[in-house]
Write a protein that binds this ligand. Sequence first.
Ligand code: MF3
Ligand code: CO
Length: 256
Amino acid sequence: MILLKTKEEIELIRDAARLVGKSLAEVGRHIRPGVTTAFLDKIGEQFIRDNGGIPLCKGYEGFPSAFCISVNDVVVHGIPSEEIFIKEGDNITLDCVVELNGYCGDSAYTFTCGEVSPEMERLLKTTKEALYIGLDKCKAGNRIGDIGSAVQMHCEKNGYNVVRELCGHGVGIKMHESPNVPNYGVRGTGPLLKEGMVIAVEPMVCMGSKNVKFSKEDGWTCRTKDGKPAAHFEHTVAIGADGPDILSTFDFIENN
Ligand code: MF3
Ligand code: CO
C-alpha cells in the first residue's frame, strides 16, 4: 500500500530530510586524504544525535553504522571501517537516513577527495543531473516508470549504465515504504503518482557495465563487477499537484 502524507506530515519529513542534508555536509567537510570511513561515520553519527535525530541505518537488518560510505567501485552500502583510508582522487558516497520526531528523510551525495579524473567528474555530474531529471517527473498524474525511464535515458545517452538490483522507494514513516522506484523503466507504466506520496529517488550509476556483486564477507558492500567507479545521489521528494517538492537538500554542501 502506498501511503499518502498530509501537509503536516510532509513538513515533518522535510525537517528530518533537512537534518540529513546538514549531516551529509558535516561529514563531507571532513573528507581528506588519510581519514578512515569509520572516522567519517563517527563524526556523522554524533552530529545526527546532537541534533536530536536517530540514525536509522544503524541496526537496520544488521547494518552496523549510521552512514553507508561507498568508495569508488563500491556502489552503495559500504560499511565504514578503520581499514578503509580515503585517498586523493577517490569518490566517496555518503548515504544516510535520519528519523526526527517520528518521521524520516533519506539522502545521498557522492563527494570527491581532492583532484579527481575528468572521467570521474563527468560520471558524478551526469548522475546528479539524472537525479534532478527524475525528480522533475515527480508530479501527480505521472507514473513511476516516467521517473525510471528519464533517469535511464539520461545516463545511457552519456555512455553510462544504471544498476538494476537496487531501487529508490517510498519513505517517510519508515525508511523503506511502497512503491519501489527503479532507475530504469518504460514511460507511462507502473504505479500512478498522487499528491502526498513521498519517495526517495536515487540513481546508482556505473561508469562501466551495470552488473554488481554483493560482498560474501559482510553481505552488504555492493561493488561493480568490472571494478569501475559508480556514483549515487539521492533526494527525498514529495509528489506535488504541479511538480516535485524536494524535501532533502544539498544546499549545505560546499561546492555543490
Ligand atoms: N539510504 C539507503 C537507502 O536508500 C540506506 C539503506 S541500507 C542500510 O535505502 F541498511 F544501510 F540502512
Ligand atoms: Co534510499
